[in-house]
Design a protein around this ligand. Structure first.
Ligand code: HEM
Length: 197
């Protein structure tokens, strides 16, 4: 007999599989006080640049564009690049970057879930950054919501994800992809966002 969780949508199970990891990441980012100064925020932007550089190839994969035709215009790497330029920050030197153009589709879906889901948290961050005088025109472009709003975009993403015919092995690989994405980000934050006393 299947449990309630077994019957929940794929996206709900992804959330359940990664919520502890998400909360640990979110807390670690905030402990570095990214919105206390432009210097602190620049360290956050550098980490975001790394993450969006890693996930950018996903937005060009034919097998994912077949599912979400507007995917290419949803990538945020160019926005992060412009945010860094607004602050006069140099482009960060790359750290270890997996090549997501060649991973299996389930793994790619897990990474894409994390990238797209991070738009929900960006609602909070886009307000916090206002205190630094930054917004969607300057320094915080990548945190802005897409046309139609964050929830519309999120539902468009999850409704396709939830309708995919995925076997148990696919789903396990997808959840591992999502954990890898959070793990990559956690390592980047720990390396590049120092804690302020
Ligand atoms: C200080 C930083 C962050 C804060 C405050 C934050 C906050 C949030 C909030 C409030 C939500 C919505 C939760 C809900 O509706 O239940 C969310 C969702 C999400 N965030 Fe974050 N977040 C942060 C950073 C990140 C980062 C860096 C990533 C990934 C790189 C990320 C990935 C996600 C994902 C995947 C979801 C979707 C969860 C779902 O399936 O509903 N978040 N975040």
């Amino acid at each position: 007999m299947s449990s309630v969780d077994d019957r929940a949508a794929v996206s709900r199970r992804l959330k359940a599989a990664t919520s502890t990891t998400h909360d640990r990441l979110d807390a670690r980012i905030l402990r570095a006080r990214p919105f206390d100064s432009l210097g602190n925020y620049a360290t956050f932007l550098a980490v975001q640049y790394g993450f969006h550089s890693v996930v950018a190839p996903l937005y060009l994969r034919a097998d994912l564009i077949a599912l979400w035709p507007d995917l290419p215009r949803l990538a945020r790497l160019e926005d992060v690049r412009a945010d860094l330029a607004d602050l006069g920050s140099a482009l960060p030197v790359g750290r270890d970057r997996p090549d997501l153009s060649v991973v299996t589709r389930p793994a790619a879906l897990g990474w894409l879930y994390v990238s797209e889901g991070s738009n929900l948290g960006a609602a909070v961050l886009s307000k916090a950054v206002l205190r630094l005088g930054l917004d969607g025109q300057r320094g915080a472009r990548h945190l802005q919501e897409a046309a139609g709003g964050r929830m519309l975009r999120w539902r468009a993403f999850t409704s396709v994800l939830d309708a995919l015919p995925l076997g148990d092995a696919d789903e396990a690989a997808m959840q591992q992809g999502a954990r890898d994405a959070f793990g990559w980000m956690q390592a980047a934050v720990e390396a590049d966002m120092p804690l302020r006393s």
